[in-house]
Design a protein around this ligand. Structure first.
Ligand code: FMN
Length: 402
């Protein structure tokens, strides 16, 4: 991590600033991969519009001074320093060589959780070592599963994640195939996404205009290959990313896969990607200890519901049986406060930390997390709420038609 990165990240005052800086630092294809959504991007925009439609109902004359409100919470029995978990984002090594290791270190040091994507160019043990180095243990480290390499590949990934000390397994159920991300299509990034060195080279003019990124990637020897997938064969004979992706497309995860996953994975299961009370009930019946209300940040089926109204439905359906988390459009601490008031235990962030990483590496992620934490604190004080755990629906005004 160069000093330049540190200097740049010091000035990140908002997630939007991280986004703008990321746009300037990485090639257009990388920025579009982070920033874009599926189809007309209407679901992506709807997530943010729904957050904006939730109003606050503050209480005056009750806020105490120093120390401030307790912004910590618990998820799956582990204490988190704030209700914001760093969610799974694929291909982070293309954004900055530190990739998932940098994200895990920043999350670990911030006292919150990190979810490693299956689509990572780092190995589970590299990410685990990074997280443990910063946090002291891996209690808040989760692994997100895609069945790369079919059931056989998924079993190997589950075993490797367990061996590396990951505490929970997140199963993403909304990626039967990849959504139609039109920016990626326009940039000729092939579907399913493969941001390999050849693709980047083909777009040489845009890449050359980003010399700092190019230098970092060259020093890292353009190691963009998905490691989790590449190693699903025997250690000596890895299967290629391409083969692993084909097997995934042939057999996306279904509810009837949960019994064998349940048997194989020793810890809690989290199901990510439900948007209705019915699917949330199915997830709980299948053994989920938590569900994440998510439309993949609007990157899968454009036209799907925004996540905040779906959160209300899911909490009402299964909130008494399971923990409910949510993601989509979280750009400020106040957004996380709204989600918790609506019934979520915590939010996941996707683009917010990817922008930080692409803008300035690990310090950029650290800065984004600290901006979000400060805004959760400030929002609680202005709301007149003593703690994240005291938040409930009386602190927000829910649009009448939800
Ligand atoms: C660049 C990028 C890559 C992603 N990769 C994955 C992934 O590998 N697995 C997964 O479950 N979700 C993935 N997601 C979805 C996020 O985990 C999360 O659901 C979404 O980003 C939330 O919306 P937000 O970006 O508006 O915060 C990705 C999101 C982005 C932006």
């Amino acid at each position: 991590m160069g000093r330049g990165n540190l200097r740049r990240s010091r000035r990140l005052g908002t997630v939007d600033e991280a986004r703008r800086r990321a746009c300037r630092r990485v090639p257009r294809i990388v920025f579009d991969y982070i920033d874009g959504g599926a189809g007309a991007e209407s679901t992506m925009r709807a997530n943010i519009a729904a957050l904006e439609a939730v109003g606050f109902e503050p209480r005056m004359g009750v806020t105490r001074g120093i120390p401030g409100p307790d912004v910590s919470t618990t998820v799956l029995g582990r204490r988190l320093s704030m209700p914001v978990v760093v969610g799974p984002v694929g291909f982070t090594r293309v954004m900055e060589p530190g990739g998932d290791v940098a994200g895990a270190r920043a999350a670990g040091a911030a006292g919150t959780g990190f979810v490693m994507s299956s689509m990572s160019a780092h190995t589970p043990s590299e990410v685990s070592a990074g997280f443990a180095g910063a946090a002291g243990d891996t209690d808040r480290l989760w692994f997100q599963l895609y069945p790369l390499g079919g059931r056989r590949g998924a079993e190997k990934m589950i075993d490797r994640a367990a061996a590396a000390g990951f505490s929970s397994l997140v199963i993403t159920v909304d990626t039967q195939i990849h959504g139609n991300r039109e920016r990626d299509v326009r940039n000729r990034v092939s579907m399913p996404l493969r941001l390999d060195a050849r693709t980047v080279a083909r777009l040489a003019p845009g890449v050359v205009a980003r010399p700092r990124w190019l230098l970092d990637a060259a020093r890292d020897r353009f190691r963009f290959e998905i490691k989790a997938a590449a190693s699903t064969g025997s250690i000596e004979q890895p299967v290629s990313t391409e083969e692993a992706l084909v097997e995934w497309a042939l057999s996306p995860l279904r509810w009837d896969d949960f019994p064998w996953i349940r048997e194989r994975w020793p810890g809690p299961l989290v199901v990510k990607g439900v948007l209705s009370g019915d699917d949330a009930r199915r997830a709980v019946d299948a053994g989920a200890s938590a569900v994440v209300v998510s439309n993949h940040g609007g990157r899968q089926l454009d036209g799907m519901a925004a996540t905040m109204p779906a959160l209300v439905e899911v909490v009402d359906a299964v909130g008494d049986r399971t923990e409910v988390l949510v993601d989509g459009g979280i750009r400020r601490g106040a957004d996380a406060v709204k989600a918790v008031a609506l019934g979520a235990r915590a939010v996941l962030i996707g683009r917010a930390w990817a922008y930080g990483l692409a803008a300035a590496g690990e310090p950029g992620v650290t800065q984004v997390l600290s901006v979000l934490r400060a805004d959760v604190d400030r929002t609680l004080r202005l709301l007149g709420c003593p703690s994240v755990e005291a938040l409930d629906r009386s602190y927000v005004r829910i649009p009448g038609d939800w």
